[in-house]
Design a protein around this ligand. Sequence first.
Ligand SMILES: O=C(O)CCC(=O)C(=O)O
Ligand SMILES: [Fe+2]
Length: 196
Amino acid sequence: MEEVNILPFDGEAYYYGKMLSNKSAINYFNRLMHTIPWEHDKISMFGKLIITKRKVAWYGDKPFGYTYSKTTKYALPWTLELLDLKKLIERKTGETFNSCLLNLYHNGEEGMGWHSDNEKDLIKNASIGSLSLGAERMFSFKHKKTKKLVSLYLENGSLLLMKGTTQTNWLHRLPSTKNVNAPRINLTFRNMIEDI
Ligand SMILES: O=C(O)CCC(=O)C(=O)O
Ligand SMILES: [Fe+2]
């Protein structure tokens, strides 16, 4: 793999840049916008249940129950667009994925706070492939112990692969900003533990 690891230690994150043309990325954006049953997410913050402005959807090979910030959602069966994109990312990275969490940010004021994707239903240290469609946004990593920050911009149609011990040792976030007025869809392809 020619991509360089953008994390200096304790994890691996590879930025592949744009893997879709602008036109194709916007076409997928529009199709997902209209075919996905977007729902507001619920998160718990300081012990209170908060309904986010950001919307989410959850897909997978099986109706995996995904407990994300204290709510359980059951994965819907893949749509044509999602299967296309999953195959594209699998071919590009050499990884395989069995599920995908989608996020819709209507504008720059919507973001996601510091977290790691290390829920117990996810295979520990399995890779996560993150595809961005629409508005370009900043994305940051913060090391849990040293607090070192690494930031990059996620372009329209771009792919970021988080691998190895990244979720164990680093947090990540999508900071909100007043400088972006356009929507963005992010797809994080994941690997859930499958019951035998
Ligand atoms: O929107 C993004 O780029 C990040 C999404 C994310 O971190 C997540 O869904 O866990
Ligand atoms: Fe995440």
